[in-house]
Design a protein around this ligand. Structure first.
Ligand SMILES: NC(=O)c1ccc[n+]([C@@H]2O[C@H](COP(=O)([O-])OP(=O)(O)OC[C@H]3O[C@@H](n4cnc5c(N)ncnc54)[C@H](O)[C@@H]3O)[C@@H](O)[C@H]2O)c1
Ligand SMILES: [Zn+2]
Ligand SMILES: [Zn+2]
Length: 385
């Protein structure tokens, strides 16, 4: 890396690098573009330049207080870019490598990792805690130190992140498009393929067609569902769903219920996947009612921490209905991100069509306002340096 080009000054063994980032300074409130100082990478960390970042609803949950975190914090957990420098102990990565982030820095040794559930790695405890895996921090401004969402903070020109969060990419893979494979695509795709276990010939309902839900639609279609029913009050979301594998689309759960009930001769759907912006009791009740005996409701959406869900106990037992949560698509994020990129490069799933609008880093709040207004399938930040 050319230090002058990136305003780095080397002071004996410590680098001080400036980076512009979108910071949440309080427990709620807008992102504030702030100039930060960035420390060099420590053991098993890499200094990265972020070129693109996706706008996932989960950061919005932090901005509006649905998800508790330790402020101040740099936002963003979908990103692509280039490795600038590797810290001590980093293997198989080097400066110049292209990458997409994966927000679970799976340790490979906890009981969840060794049993194949890397999405549930014990390192999940660090995602919103505001420190690196060693408990220290690399980002500083206004006399305070801070962490980054999911140890990534992709709403930043540069950052230092764990090497376990890097999924290496070949140089020819377009960094803009694949930024959304960092969270939205594998989460939606895995909700359909792994958590709902979609099989050929099945009927699948997806509630909420944003960056996650559209990929549940694509995943269900790819797995061979005979009917993929999309539910979203926004017309543009429904027309997009129909162009990405949904066979039917409805504005309300009630319309979807009547349709599925008629089409399945009173049996119901095999699975219902909830990917609305914020989960509530109504959508869970609707989803539980639309699945057939032995059917599965997948709850992928984030809920307000005060939400206590109710489901009919007798249907759970006598109809063997299941209600399951799904984190990061219930798969192996590193593997699944690669798989999804292979599917995209082979023309079997769509990604370009999912990026509705592009914004500068400075426009991050506008991007989230557009998401809340139903204007975007996914918004993308193009980060200038
Ligand atoms: N479990 C995980 O690992 C994981 C990962 C990423 C995101 N998420 C969560 O998934 C959810 C979706 O994220 P996103 O980025 O796709 O959000 P988004 O805002 O882009 O999309 C949400 C969609 O839901 C629709 N909607 C809202 N209420 C609805 C309702 N009652 N019925 C039908 N549709 C409704 C909206 O119109 C919008 O199209 C969020 O809660 C997010 O935090 C979970
Ligand atoms: Zn996300
Ligand atoms: Zn682990």
């Amino acid at each position: 890396m050319d230090p002058d080009a990136h305003s780095i000054t080397k002071r004996e063994t410590v680098y001080f690098m400036k980076t512009k980032a979108a910071v949440m300074w309080g427990e709620t409130g807008e992102f504030e573009i702030t100039e930060l100082e960035l420390d060099p990478p420590k053991d098993n960390e890499v200094l990265v330049r972020f070129d693109y970042a996706g706008l996932c609803h989960t950061d919005e949950h932090m901005r509006n207080g649905d998800l508790a975190f330790t402020p101040p914090m740099v936002g963003g957990h979908e990103g692509t870019g280039i490795i600038e420098e590797v810290g001590p102990g980093v293997k198989n990565l080097k400066a110049g490598d292209h990458f997409v982030t994966s927000w679970m820095p799976s340790c490979g040794t906890c009981q969840y990792c060794i049993s194949g559930h890397t999405n549930l790695c014990d390192n999940g405890q660090f995602l919103l805690a505001g420190t690196m895996l060693d408990g220290t921090q690399r980002l500083h401004a206004r006399g305070q130190s801070m962490g980054a969402v999911d140890l990534l903070g992709t709403f930043s020109q540069w950052n230092v992140i764990p090497d376990a969060c890097i999924v290496k990419l070949e140089d020819h893979i377009p960094l803009d498009v694949v930024a959304i494979t960092a969270c939205g695509v594998p989460t939606g795709f895995g909700s359909a393929i792994y958590a709902a276990n979609t099989r050929p010939g099945q009927v699948i309902v997806v509630y909420g067609i944003g960056g996650i839900g559209i990929n549940a639609v694509q995943g269900a279609a790819l797995a061979g569902a005979v009917m993929v029913v999309a539910v979203d009050p926004v017309e543009f979301k429904r027309t997009t769903a129909l162009s990405m594998g949904a066979t039917h689309a409805f504005a309300s759960a009630e319309e979807a219920h009547e349709f599925v009930w008629n089409e399945t001769r009173g049996n119901g759907a095999h699975a219902a996947i909830i990917t609305v912006g914020l989960a509530d009791q109504k959508v869970v009740t609707d989803a539980f009612a639309i699945v057939r005996k032995g059917g599965t409701v997948v709850l992928t959406s984030v809920s307000n921490p005060n939400l206590m869900l109710q489901i009919p106990g007798l249907e759970l037992t006598l109809y063997e209905k299941k209600l399951v949560g799904s984190l990061f698509g219930s798969g192996n994020p590193h593997l699944d991100i690669r798989k999804i990129i292979d599917l995209y490069m082979a023309g079997q799933i769509k990604l370009d069509e999912l990026i509705t609008s592009r914004y500068s880093l400075e426009q991050v709040n506008e991007g989230y306002d557009d998401m809340l207004a139903g204007k975007n399938i996914r918004g993308l930040l193009e980060i200038a340096h």
